[in-house]
Write a protein that binds this ligand. Structure first.
Ligand SMILES: [Zn+2]
Ligand SMILES: [Zn+2]
Length: 393
């Protein structure tokens, strides 16, 4: 019975999280000092149990990092004290605030919803208690860019929603659910998204992608697959049935479909020979040190038996993808590649093309994630709850 109560409580918390996401912001930096200044509609200032009025037009608060558990608060130039936690609470849902990092200096950003600021390990922990739909709109804008078809934005919204709900505990120890870096999902400023993006988020309501076990799916995406998506196992050593390779004809005539890069032969040889013991004197592989043909996507250079993963070559030489062939020319190796990114899951440029051709968000989602199903998050929670009951009784 204890297990049942615990599970239901967990579900309830997860559900309330769904409406409001704790996003750690400015996580690219170890922030030492920030200003929050008036933008639109005021914010109330709380420090531990004390209240210090509101941030009104032309006013700001100045928060500095002191230690792992203390921050210093000033209103304008007036020192208010040292505290464990500072909260900024919006006075209306349309309020927004400007956040400027002074140390290090970062371009100002505008946000909506409440903030909590405390001392972290190396700097301030700044948490935006973002409304789910605002958060998703910001993420879809950051990840997908502006000026795209509504059906494409809907696909991206469903994927980003599935991702965040699957990763609610990723940064639990740091005091928030997800960070604002590409580590989780890029989320740079709340007020940058367009009404069209917001509409796509709202229209897909609480839709998520579920796998065969009715678990939230891993909704990976990349810029362009180069005409063939990649097996998940080629990239991360994990295999999922809905992340299998297939030929994608929608992205091959787009601008990122092909690329070329030249590397000095010496560097290429040094890397493969020194690090991977490339068999230079082997009668078959020796002459093929600089020559490689990859018609269909592969995981290894020439053969798995050589043990040289293409993902390692990609990382070492900063290649746009692992889907490349190469040949020697002069003192260089000419790399001719296809696509941009890891190639797993949804191909963004292909999905944009499909949306332009008139495919619906359902068709696009299931084209790139065959075998998954679209479902409402509320139904997912209900199903989970029922599962818990079945297991209990
Ligand atoms: Zn993260
Ligand atoms: Zn593609």
């Amino acid at each position: 019975m204890k297990f049942l109560i615990f599970s239901i409580v967990t579900l309830f918390c997860t559900h309330s999280f769904a409406q409001q996401i704790r996003v750690g912001v400015l996580r690219d930096y170890d922030v030492q000092r920030i200003l929050f200044s008036y933008n639109d509609g005021s914010y109330l200032i709380f420090a531990d149990s004390l209240e210090f009025g509101a941030i009104l037009p032309n006013e700001f608060v100045d928060i500095a990092y002191l230690s792992n558990d203390k921050v210093q608060l000033k209103k304008g130039v007036e020192l208010l004290g040292q505290f464990d936690k500072i909260s900024l609470i919006e006075t209306s849902p349309s309020s927004s605030i400007t956040l400027t990092s002074k140390s290090p200096v970062v371009k100002e950003r505008k946000y909506q919803s409440d903030f909590e600021i405390s001392g972290g390990a190396k700097g301030l922990t700044i948490v935006n208690l973002a409304d789910m739909n605002n958060y998703l709109s910001g993420v879809v804008e950051s990840e997908g860019g502006g000026g795209k078809e509504p059906e494409y934005y809907k696909v991206q919204a469903i994927m980003c929603r599935t991702y965040v709900l699957k990763n609610l505990t990723r940064h639990k120890d740091e005091g928030f659910a997800v960070c604002d870096r590409t580590h989780c999902q890029a989320y740079h400023s709340m007020l940058r998204f367009t009404p069209k993006i917001r509409e796509a988020v709202v229209q897909t309501d609480d839709l998520v992608l579920l796998d065969d076990f009715s678990d939230l799916a891993g909704t990976y995406f990349h810029a362009n697959c180069g005409g063939q998506t990649s097996e998940a196992a080629y990239v991360w050593n994990s295999d999922l049935p809905y992340l299998k390779t297939f030929k994608d004809t929608f992205c091959i005539y787009t601008k990122q479909a092909t690329w070329e890069k030249r590397i000095p032969q010496q560097k290429w040889a040094d890397f493969l020979v020194n690090k991977y013991n490339y068999p230079l004197y082997d009668s078959v592989y020796g002459p093929m040190l600089f020559t490689f043909n990859q018609a269909d996507r592969m995981a290894f250079y020439h053969s798995p038996s050589l043990g040289i993963p293409l993902r390692d070559i990609r990382q070492e030489f900063q290649l746009k993808s692992t889907y490349f062939s190469c040949y020697p020319e002069g003192l260089e190796v000419v790399i001719r590649g296809k696509g941009v990114g890891h190639g797993v899951g949804l191909c963004q440029e292909g999905a944009m093309k499909m949306a332009k051709y008139g495919f619906t968000y359902q068709q696009i989602s299931l084209y790139y994630f065959p075998g998954l199903k679209l479902a409402s998050y509320k139904e997912y929670l209900f199903f989970r709850q029922k599962q818990v009951k079945i297991e209990e009784f």
